[in-house]
Design a protein around this ligand. Structure first.
Ligand code: CA
Length: 223
């Protein structure tokens, strides 16, 4: 899952980026409304975290602009504590949710998960399953045939993306867009290396191989 953080306060942006990366999200940052607008229109994000007070274009205007362009990416607004007006205007401008600064990081994570679940069409599902493989989206616990599998953050992010798009060809471009950051130079070899790590952990002990290579296209996760 790839997230765009539009926040001009470097310290906050850095803190959010670090925390989200530790959770396995790919994160890009923009420090003003113009740059944020450009990135949001250029790349395919799963979610946008948008500060209200921003240079060049403020968060409310930016959100309206994105919605006017039919940009459907979910938006969570970062609002200042005592500005009720921001919350109301934020939601009215097309944001999906808001969080008040300063916030506890765990709460931000929970709101992100909730908004992503809503986007996926089911606000109650917290586990994804395919065949005898299951992924707990809250604890990041991965189980295959009753056995827990330990994954690195990147491997988990890859698997979660594949699990969210089962029985579909997932290209290397899609993986680089949703699992890696914008500054990742699209070295597809690296993607293959990670898929192989993941495959070893997920498939090597099972007869049924879930991760399959589609020659010249990418990968498919299927039963
Ligand atoms: Ca700000």
């Amino acid at each position: 899952m790839r997230i765009l953080v539009i926040e001009d306060e470097k310290k906050i942006a850095g803190f959010i980026k670090r925390g989200l990366k530790e959770e396995g999200y790919a994160v890009d940052t923009a420090s003003d409304g113009e740059e944020g607008y450009y990135l949001a229109r250029t790349n395919d994000y799963d979610l946008i975290l948008l500060d209200v007070m921003l240079p060049k274009i403020d968060g409310i205007k930016l959100c309206k602009k994105l919605r006017k362009d039919s940009e459907k990416t979910p938006v969570i607004m970062l609002t200042a504590k005592d500005r009720v007006k921001d919350k109301v205007e934020g939601l009215d401008s097309g944001a999906d949710d808001y969080i008040t600064k300063p916030f506890v990081f765990e709460e931000l994570l929970a709101r992100i998960r909730a908004v992503l679940r809503k986007k996926a069409g089911s606000s109650t599902v917290t586990t994804l399953a395919l065949s005898d493989l299951s992924v707990d989206l809250l604890s990041h616990k991965v189980i295959r045939a009753g056995r827990e599998i330990r994954l690195t953050t990147k491997e988990y992010a890859l698997l979660e993306y594949l699990m969210r798009n089962p029985n579909t060809i997932v290209t290397r471009t899609m993986l680089s867009e949703h699992v890696w950051n914008i500054d990742f130079d699209t070295d597809t070899n690296l993607i293959d290396v990670y898929v192989n790590y993941l495959r070893k952990k997920i498939d090597s002990n099972s007869k049924k191989k879930l991760i399959q290579t589609v020659r010249g296209r990418g990968y498919i996760l299927k039963d």
